[in-house]
Write a protein that binds this ligand. Sequence first.
Ligand code: DAH
Length: 355
Amino acid sequence: MKEKLNNLKIEFIERLAIISNQDDLEILNKDYLGKAWKLQEILKWIKDLSNDDKKIIWPEANKLRDFISEEIEKKGLEIEEQRYANIEELEKIDVSWEYTNIPLWHKHPISITSNLLEEIFISMWFKVEDGPQVENERLNFDMLNIPDNHPARDVWDTFWISDEINKDKAPWEKVLLRTHTSPVQVREMLKWKLPIKIIVPGRVFRYEQEDARHTCNFYQLEWLVIWEKVTFWDLKWTLETAMKKLLWEKTNLRFRPSIFPFTEPSAEIDVSCQICAWTWEKNGKNCSMCSGSWFVELLWAWMVHPKVLSWAGIDPEIYSGFAFGMWIDRIAAQRFWVNSSRMFYQSKLKLNEQF
Ligand code: DAH
């Protein structure tokens, strides 16, 4: 009889060990302690035992019953604890996360302006493209009709990547920090998918003497349209519409002839100074943005040079294109009346918090 009790105990321990949820535990509980409990059978046999044997077996059987009910209760608590631990893990919230992000609530004025420009051009069915900030010499200069030794290279003096990296490269493959977003024009043309209608916002770098209008790194927005019979009028209309949407209805544009190796003809485009237009009395000749001239040089544009098209494999006899580049920083300064775009790079939270 003792052996039977022992076997029952071993069997119970084995079954208990593999149980991991309340439902299975309930079944086990019924099996051992319920009405049809296994112990019950043993108790029936005990009835037929001699009085001496009963004295020994009864306490043993009671002990086993207590053991089983204690173990089941313990297991129940364990299962419950594990369930809560799982829920905790699943629904864990890092309360410090939001705290550290509070100072990031203000978008930088350059990002705001860039996003606005993207929205305006997307509404005119332009696609937004991107390109690398570390560019090769061929795309940044050569393919844009600015060969080595061309005087125009001085205008776009830049930071070259260290000699260590550049030393084994062919002269035109040397890498540099791109001076403008124009190389993305070439990258897009080389995909040979016409028509092209893209804008390219992005960061550019120059070796510059810093002042209110010049910084060593700034943001440009490039624009390129290539298709059959594209003309200057398409460019003028698109540009005027975009600037009026971005600044205000009465914004004027002024086109002046200029020279860029990758456009022919070329123009510099001035936009009426927003700071002076609104606060004429205050600024006038002292305006650090336009020096009292009422206009700020913000854009450069015109028809893509036929050489640039043909080098990229596009037939200039069939297709024409126009392009422009603008400085997002200067546009942001105009839009938000900040009189020096250099302030955007001085990590002044007081400035950013106003937007
Ligand atoms: N890439 C020129 C610069 O950074 C600006 C520019 C001029 C872009 C004429 C153009 C363009 O797309 O057509 O100064």
